[in-house]
Write a protein that binds this ligand. Structure first.
Ligand code: FDA
Length: 583
């Protein structure tokens, strides 16, 4: 018999969810083994939009610079362009991904990081290399087959696809990060709602120098209407930039009921030609693959010692670019909890908060992504509706908007409004950053939730309310200028206070010993370790100088107090007991 491999955490899958789980666990010193079915990482671009929250996670995990070095920067993601073809007529543009001036300011105020475009085939090696460098064991060509749980752990059976034999891996916990067809989620019996295969998509990766059609309106996404190229009505393809401006990916629909077309090079080339609209441009097809768009989410993400993350729990269209972002953020939420439970600092009940906190986010993401698809319809409706029509009719409708008639003026207005409304997909800062958690690992402070002052999908609203992400403010510390977010993270709790908050730092010191927990303290104020030179922190913190915030390792606020009155040690002790499940 092949001997059993033993580890603390077995991770199935090396996509964004699995690789970031491995990276976070290894960063925190938790032994882990990651198995993945294929002998390689993602070989096509797939997910790419990388939002500020994910960049904050990557900053904490020490790989932000590696990502920036390879990603397309935010200013080159500046537009979403609607056109008949790249070389054809332009119908309108939307300033996107934080590039509308007011939204750009909001991005700068919200985070020390910038969003970027990091295709999945470049992201995965960054995450995986760093994870391995910090101790993760990666087994390529290793397929998860099944698992069994008992009181002390999980025994998974895997197949070595190179040798052909099977062996078992014994772990204390199992993370199923095995993507949209997750066998781990199925075996664990996670309840799923929704539907698989709601639409068919073809990804065509190709090389072509399209500078002349795109450099003056830099974008990540160009929607090409391509009259005549019908997929169940109107044909609209997405030309997505992979590398500026010579590597591209086209997302093209197919009728799921009929099944994917034969993906020959000739077929791929015909789609590319239609959407570029200039047959003189040399094109090299690199790959074509078919996939389906799903609309599913798990109601709970765990069962006993098995936790699922990423597409294993939420499957949705790429709209809003939330796929790999949500996957990485799932794992970041889970990793520090596993660490504290494995080292005995927290009760296993802390792990229940993973599902309590992330399942609502997953549901919201699936809903948002699907809603965004529906909200594209008015763009087409402004051009004569979605009903099947001949290419000639559609061309006439497109041309009609140029006329000097009342109808044409109304049509122009409808088109402008429909494109502007797509901000909910291409500039939804609130969707990216307004995640607020409610669970046993968050201690309410008794204040009433004032709600959001502005549309919570479009606008991020920083807050120190327990459950919210710690607001970002630039501080100074000697010659360094850290963000408030840099005070936290690193797998540790952080207590933030100001002048007059000594009782809190003293309490943190006592309780760190009592609970066997690492708690960093940060005092912000004139003459302190950290100063608030612009007064930004004072404006954002929503507490007095002597108040306190206890921030979790994932930089979400767990506990807040306005000042240092009363028995602060007892208050902080009660909070830690609740958070760590050590009642
Ligand atoms: P992901 O699917 O990335 O990873 C799953 C991992 O599990 C892989 O490493 C796989 O090998 C492994 N695995 C699966 N079963 C296993 C088993 N039984 N044993 C061992 N290992 C196993 N999103 C987007 O925003 N824009 C886009 O254009 C696209 N395009 C796209 C194309 C294709 C072809 C796919 C499949 C997906 C997309 N997506 C996308 C979706 C996006 O890729 C997805 O949201 C994230 O990759 C999710 O990350 P995960 O880590 O959860 O799963």
């Amino acid at each position: 018999t092949v001997p059993t491999v033993e580890t603390d955490v077995l991770i199935v899958g090396s996509g964004p969810a699995g690789a970031s789980a491995a990276l976070a666990l290894s960063t925190y010193g938790v032994p882990n083994v990651m198995v993945t079915r294929y002998s390689r990482l993602a070989d096509t671009p797939r997910a790419h939009i990388t939002n500020q929250r994910t960049m904050e996670v990557l900053r904490d995990l020490g790989v932000e610079e590696d990502v920036i070095a390879q990603a397309t920067p935010q200013h080159l993601m500046g537009n979403t362009v609607f056109c008949t073809a790249l070389a054809g007529e332009e119908l309108g543009r939307l300033r996107s991904w934080g590039n509308e001036p007011l939204v750009q300011a909001a991005h700068e105020l919200a985070s020390p990081t910038r969003m970027c475009d990091m295709p999945q085939h470049l992201m995965e090696p960054v995450l995986v290399n760093a994870a391995i460098a910090r101790g993760s064991q990666l087994r390529f060509g290793t397929e998860y087959l099944s698992h069994e749980q008992d009181a002390d752990g999980v025994t998974a059976t895997v197949r070595d696809r190179l040798r052909g034999d099977t062996y078992t891996i014994r772990a204390k916990y199992l993370i199923g990060a095995d993507g949209g067809r997750s066998k781990v989620a199925e075996d664990a019996g996670l309840p799923m709602g929704g539907q698989m295969g709601v639409a068919g998509s073809i990804n065509i990766v190709f090389e072509a120098d399209l500078t002349q059609y795109v450099a003056h309106r830099p974008a990540t996404l160009y929607w090409a209407l391509a009259p005549g190229a019908t997929v169940g009505g109107i044909g609209a393809g997405l030309v997505r930039c992979v590398r500026t401006w010579n590597e591209w990916l086209i997302v093209w629909g197919y009728d799921v009921a009929a099944g994917p077309p034969d993906l020959t090079e000739e077929y791929a080339l015909s789609v590319v030609r239609k959407l570029i609209g200039d047959d003189e441009i040399p094109v090299t097809i690199k790959s074509s693959s078919a996939w389906t768009v799903n609309e599913m989410y798990a109601e709970t993400y765990s069962s006993g010692r098995v936790f699922c993350a990423g597409d294993a729990c939420h499957r949705h269209p790429p709209s809003n670019g939330l796929g790999s972002n949500t996957s990485i953020q799932d794992s970041y939420n889970l990793a520090w909890k596993l660490k504290l439970v494995l080292d005995g600092t927290a009760s296993p009940s802390l792990l229940d908060t993973y599902s309590d906190e992330r399942a609502p986010v997953g549901k919201q993401v699936v809903t948002r992504a699907n809603q965004s698809i529906g909200e594209t319809a008015p763009v087409f409706e402004a051009l004569g509706g979605l009903a099947p029509q001949t290419p000639e009719q559609l061309w006439r409708n497109i041309a009609a908007r140029k006329a000097a008639t009342t109808e044409a003026e109304e049509q122009r207005a409808r088109l402008r409004e429909a494109i502007a409304f797509k901000a909910y997909e291409f500039n939804a800062h609130g969707v990216d950053l307004n995640q607020r958690y409610t669970s046993a690992a968050i201690v309410p402070d008794g204040t009433e939730d004032p709600g959001f002052a502005r549309d919570p999908e479009l606008h991020f609203q920083p807050s120190t309310r327990p459950g919210a992400k710690l607001p970002h403010a630039w501080l100074s510390a000697g010659t360094r200028n850290p963000s408030t977010l840099d005070l936290g993270g690193n797998g540790r709790f952080t207590l933030i206070t100001g002048i007059g908050g000594e009782p809190w730092t003293e309490a943190a010191r006592i309780l760190a010993k009592e609970f066997g927990l690492e708690i960093t303290t940060a005092v912000i104020g004139p003459g302190q370790e950290y100063e608030d030179p612009y007064g930004d922190w004072a404006r954002l913190r929503e507490i007095g100088d002597s108040g306190a915030l206890l921030v979790r390792p994932d930089n979400h606020v767990a506990f807040r107090r306005q000042d240092a009155t009363g028995d602060v040690t007892a208050a902080l002790r009660d909070a830690l007991r609740q958070i760590l499940g050590r009642g």
